[in-house]
Design a protein around this ligand. Structure first.
Ligand SMILES: Cc1ncc(COP(=O)(O)O)c(C=O)c1O
Length: 388
């Protein structure tokens, strides 16, 4: 089996990268949720071949990719999906906006659990729907934070105009992979209040250690009937800049509702994203398995470092994603703006917790989808800045 080298540094400066282009070159960027690894060689090969072909006319023949997705969902989750239940969407931020519009009437409420990936907070307002938030709860053991759902708080937030619940599972930024019991409880709430469930599962193939992912729609035919699942190869295979994503919608009426709302607004998949997504699903399994080992080791390295050197900054121990969520509220000198402190004093760029809604103030989000030396350097810089 080919061994892939995730320790290899890849210079992304000057490569049109949002993550690497936003700050001066002396800042280590551990923010935007993409990884500092090249995509699998098989994906690069497929892209090279398409570029060599030289013609970039309209794409749109997605049958092979749809069949691969169906096989994948069956093999990984015993979930039977047919190609006519897949709607391709170039980018899941677009999908969150599309679903807010399609599955909730104007003025209706969209429920989300905070802290959460910021586009969940802006999509409802962008589409003239009302954002309703319910904060996740957390417990602390030593320096480790564990987030869970406060079901009473969540259900109390479902007032009569809430029609759509947008779930993030695995949850960005807190790294939870929700259990079957938690998802069942959520499904019951959706059924009781007749909510559509939009389950963003973009991180579902980024499982660390022995974590499991359960697609919400596999719980029962009843929940499948009211669920729009969002997935993509983009995070897993580091091809997010190509924009390849899809929704699985098994209720034909709901599918039609979303498809009609997308008409004329959401384009086909970009030709190169189609090629990359197909190659990733067809040939990326070994690379993916080794990536997960590497990310799990990065997580563990991060947790060891935090426990040994920065125990005053409690952190999640993520089950999924390559993102950690760090609580800086106890260090009084940085609590007001830890993002600015680390940026200015440590030259490390994180995401500012304030952008993640209620429960985000005083936190930062760290991206450990990078070679270990980069992660280690960032942690050393944080440590030096805090102990200066
Ligand atoms: C939960 C979640 N949904 C959607 C996205 C963005 O998806 P896309 O790049 O396909 O728009 C991200 C990116 O970080 C994410 O974490």
């Amino acid at each position: 089996m080919t061994q892939y080298n995730f320790d290899q540094l890849c210079n992304r400066l000057g490569s049109d990268s949002e993550k690497w282009g936003a700050y001066p070159a002396d800042v280590l960027p551990l923010w935007v949720a993409d990884m500092d690894f090249p995509a699998p060689p098989q994906v690069l090969q497929a892209l090279h071949e398409r570029v060599e072909h030289g013609v970039f006319g309209y794409g749109g023949v997605n049958a092979e990719l749809a069949a691969l997705i169906c096989d994948r969902l069956w093999n990984r989750h015993a979930w039977r999906v047919t190609p006519d239940q897949i709607l391709f969407i170039p980018g899941l931020v677009s999908a969150l906006n599309l679903v807010s519009r399609a599955a909730c009437p104007p003025g209706g409420g969209v429920l989300v659990q905070t802290p959460i990936y910021p586009p969940f907070l802006t999509a409802p307002g962008n589409q003239e729907r009302r954002l309703v938030t319910a904060e996740l709860a957390h417990t602390r053991a030593g320096n480790i934070l564990h987030y869970h759902i406060d079901f009473d708080l969540l259900e109390n937030a479902v007032k009569d105009k809430v029609k759509l619940f947008m779930l993030c599972n695995p949850h960005n930024p807190v790294g939870r992979c929700y259990t079957r019991e938690e998802l069942t409880h959520l499904a019951e709430i959706c059924a009781r209040h007749d909510l559509i469930l939009c389950s963003d599962e973009i991180h579902c193939d980024l499982l660390l250690g022995d974590s499991l992912h359960i697609p919400a729609a596999t719980l029962s035919p009843e929940i499948a009937d009211r669920t729009i699942t969002l997935m993509a190869p983009s995070k897993t295979f580091n091809i997010a800049g190509l924009y390849c994503g899809f929704a699985v919608i098994q209720n034909p009426a709901l599918y039609k509702q979303v498809q009609q709302t997308a008409r004329g607004i959401i384009p086909n998949l970009n030709l190169l994203s189609l090629v990359a997504g197909r190659a990733a699903y067809l040939h990326g399994a070994d690379w993916h398995a080794q990536l997960l080992d590497y990310l799990t080791a990065n997580r563990d390295f991060y947790l060891d470092f935090m426990q040994q050197h920065l125990p005053m900054l409690p952190t999640t121990a993520p089950e999924g994603t390559f993102l950690a969520w760090m609580d800086c509220r106890e260090v009084k000198s940085i609590a007001a703006n830890p993002y600015a402190f680390f940026l200015n004093q440590a030259k490390v760029a994180f995401n500012d917790g304030n952008h993640f809604g209620p429960g985000g103030r005083g936190f930062v989000r760290l991206n450990f989808g990078c070679p270990r030396v980069t992660l280690e350097q960032a942690l050393q810089r944080m440590h030096a800045a805090l102990t200066a």
